[in-house]
Design a protein around this ligand. Structure first.
Ligand code: E4P
Length: 216
């Protein structure tokens, strides 16, 4: 499973990119709104740094508006992925972009049937929202597992982005259930690095090193 970072904050993207683990970036209108920046300018910055897919979401809800906005976004850089909502108009736009060779990410997926519809409309990626399903008492990870099984049975090459990831256990489970990608905030990535035995081991190695009788 690959890692995408879920943010529009450039400092966070730079920090995680330097760790060598970031294969792409996802943004959404709520994340962009936090930044108080020109969306297109920020996308130019991100795509200049990150080689992989950078998802940029349209705001329009009608198919013509989505196609216009999506084409403008796709012109910013070749690695822009147009993010579209899981609606009939969103899928109509997805189908147009698919024929034009523009990558798409269908967002706000909450059922296996929605994922199957999106795949058949030519989506490059589908984004099931794990945490938001957990929030309403469902098991979000079951959805990732079901979609992965369906895509496997039917040889569908649309990639699954496990989204709305809230903690490291979500990451492990998404990888086990067959998500191709997990997109997550930087704080989840930072939590993944941590293990008390790693810290304890480093402290012990350093203490032993510093207590040696110096031969230098
Ligand atoms: C990713 O594409 C989504 O925008 C994101 O993961 C949503 O996460 P949230 O449910 O924590 O807002």
């Amino acid at each position: 499973m690959k890692f995408f970072i879920d943010t529009a904050n450039f400092e966070e993207i730079k920090e995680a990119h330097a760790w060598g683990i970031v294969s792409g970036v996802t943004t959404n209108p709520s994340l962009v709104a936090k930044e108080n920046i020109s969306f297109h300018d920020r996308l130019r910055e991100i795509t200049a740094l990150v080689e992989g897919s950078v998802s940029a979401e349209v705001i329009a809800l009608d198919v013509e508006g989505m196609i216009k906005e999506g084409r403008e976004l796709a012109e910013i850089a070749p690695n822009i992925t147009v993010k579209l909502p899981m609606t009939p108009d969103g899928l109509a736009a997805c189908s147009v972009f698919s024929k034009e060779g523009i990558k798409t990410n269908i967002t706000l997926i909450f059922s296996a049937n929605q994922a199957l519809l999106a795949a058949r409309a030519g989506a490059t990626y589908v984004s099931p929202f794990v945490g938001r399903l957990d929030d309403i008492g469902h098991n979000g990870m079951d959805l990732v597992s079901t979609i992965a099984q369906i895509f496997e049975i039917h040889n569908i090459d649309t990639e699954i982005i496990a989204a709305s990831i809230r903690h490291p256990q979500h990451v492990t489970d998404a990888a086990l259930q067959g998500a191709h990608i997990g997109t997550m905030p930087i704080n989840v990535m930072k939590q993944m690095f941590k293990h008390p035995l790693t810290d304890k081991g480093i402290d012990a190695f350093l203490a032993d090193w510093n207590s040696r009788k110096s031969a230098e």
